[in-house]
Design a protein around this ligand. Sequence first.
Ligand SMILES: *Cc1c(COP(=O)(O)O)cnc(C)c1O
Length: 421
Amino acid sequence: MHHFEYRDSVLHCEDISVSDIAERFGTPVYIYSSATLTRHYKVLADAFKDQPCLIAYAMKANSNQAVLATLAALGSGADVVSGGEMKRAMAVGIPANKIVFSGVAKSRTDILDALEAGIHQFNVESLPELHRISELANANGYTADIAFRINPHVEAGGHANISTGGAEHKFGIAWHEGKDFYTLAQSLPGINVCGVDVHIGSQITNLDPLRAAFEKVVGLVRDLREAGVPITRMDLGGGLGIPYRDGDEPATPAEYAAMVREVLGDLDVEVILEPGRMIAGNAGIFVSRVEYIKERDGRRFAILDAGMNDLMRPALYQAVHEMKPVVRSEGRATLDYDIVGPICESTDRFAKNYPAQEMNEGDLVAFMSAGAYGAVMSNQYNTRPMCAEVLVNGDNVALIRTPPTFEEIIASETVPEWLKT
Ligand SMILES: *Cc1c(COP(=O)(O)O)cnc(C)c1O
């Protein structure tokens, strides 16, 4: 469910026309719907309302301050994977005790800042990291609440580049190391062992691999408790998939919650959820303008003013975002296009042989489901400024990321004295 619909043949975000937004803020531009963000958060919170549960939004999906503020107002916590993300979460007032720190390479500074802030939990991914946290907590008079991220050796079945739960992946500690590592952790100063964490991948549309992973984790929690390790929290990670195309039918939050309830049975734990894509994915679209139509060697290219630097998922994961015309014209034919950007890379292509309403120079197109892993991955390759992001709320729209000017981009670089003439 989302709030991007046609009214009189013009795509709207809530009550505002996407054409008007493109005129006012330029293209390319990311457009987010407050109503959709809110709805997704509430549907999930509602599905888990009978269970002690912390929803820690995985901010790496979309960490814009306005998006975070929208979710923070609903009571969301944050799953952060860097010191910078933690600062972003705290800047919008997400309380430290709702922040979970994930990620494989927490630096000393990250750890100290998180200890000082008093975050809810560190999700620890290796023994060296555990020792580092213990040393820093002990030396500075803190106690760190920790969970180990366990790699359950379950393949999520999504795209290979977003699967994380297999033995070859860098994430987490190995399944068979679990018990020994927990026993060791209990003996270390500055460490309070409280949870087990698992995250097997992203865009998982079928619940079976999640269920398999959670069943293993529940077994581990019971074993650990029997061995005297007082586990009180189970962090189930993120990963729930979203529809990217008409006809996609991923498991719903209600089905997910029912499965979790069944797997937990009578196990008394606080559940932590780290949803990213499921909250932000369908709450955003990415809008671009056609610069040129070029026909060559029997192919028809629609060359856009947006590139892989703005929306990287197609180049990085071969993802295909559904593309819609911002203005529908009944009279136009449907033609096949290779939809490409201006960047000097062959991977700068959004889709190949994509059937679309006939396009002309200046037409606007919208890539759907671009709210997660879109703007956050954008970069300035080819000296293309990071594009604007706007947030819509009913008939209000606000600029929430301002593109830098070329002067600002250039001014951040320095020519050493010895090169100046
Ligand atoms: C990326 C990530 C998430 C969010 O995943 P989604 O598929 O966007 O829900 C949650 N937890 C961890 C540890 C992650 O790395």
